[in-house]
Design a protein around this ligand. Structure first.
Ligand code: ZN
Length: 195
């Protein structure tokens, strides 16, 4: 039997089935009557049920939480005042544990008055947003300067738009098209040339 605080790896022998019942995070190696670890973690015994379990080790799963920062793509604009966002990464663009949809309402889109969500985000844009709710529907906000669009695409030709100094609009380096967005201070593509 492994010590309670010792990390075990999948396949590690924990006990024989005469001692305990196999619990969560374990499996029984029938041929030898052994309880082995199914996952990486820390074994513990539930004295009431006499079950031997393995508590998962490692980071807690990356899921959106109230107050967390996420990255996501604008996946749908069902109404003039609403965009749906497929959340794909955490603050540092590490993949989230699962698939989550966020809701960006126009009231959370800008500190300035805007009358259409299209002045703020468009389909396919990658945004950096703040999560306001702790469970679905995940309400997003991009009001503050650090939040908003971090990658946007030209609606004329599909090229990545650039942030240019001295302009509040994003500019297409390929076709010269200019488009409005609520741009984050983390916008990823910048150009040093004015146009
Ligand atoms: Zn273009």
């Amino acid at each position: 039997m492994a010590q309670p605080s010792k990390l075990v790896l999948p396949g590690d022998l924990l006990a024989v089935i005469e001692e305990y019942l196999p619990g969560e995070g374990t499996y029984v190696f029938e041929e030898a009557g052994e309880i082995r670890a199914a996952i990486t973690g820390y074994p513990f015994i539930d004295m009431k049920t006499r079950k031997l379990n393995v508590k998962p080790a490692g980071r807690t799963p990356r899921i959106p939480r109230r107050g967390s920062i996420i990255h996501g793509y604008v996946s749908m604009v069902p109404r003039e005042d609403l965009a749906l966002v497929r959340m794909v990464g955490d603050e540092r663009m590490r993949r989230l544990s699962g698939s989550f949809t966020g809701v960006l309402h126009i009231s959370q889109a800008s500190e300035k008055y805007v009358n259409s969500i299209y002045q703020v985000v468009r389909l396919g844009d990658l945004i950096r947003a703040h999560v306001l709710s702790s469970k679905p529907p995940y309400i997003l906000s991009i009001k503050l300067p650090q939040f908003g669009v971090v990658v946007a695409f030209c609606s004329q030709c599909g090229a990545i738009l650039e942030k240019r100094p001295g302009s509040h609009l994003l500019v297409c380096p390929r076709c010269g098209n200019k488009e409005a967005r609520k741009v984050s201070t983390y916008y990823m593509y910048r150009s040093r040339t004015r146009r």
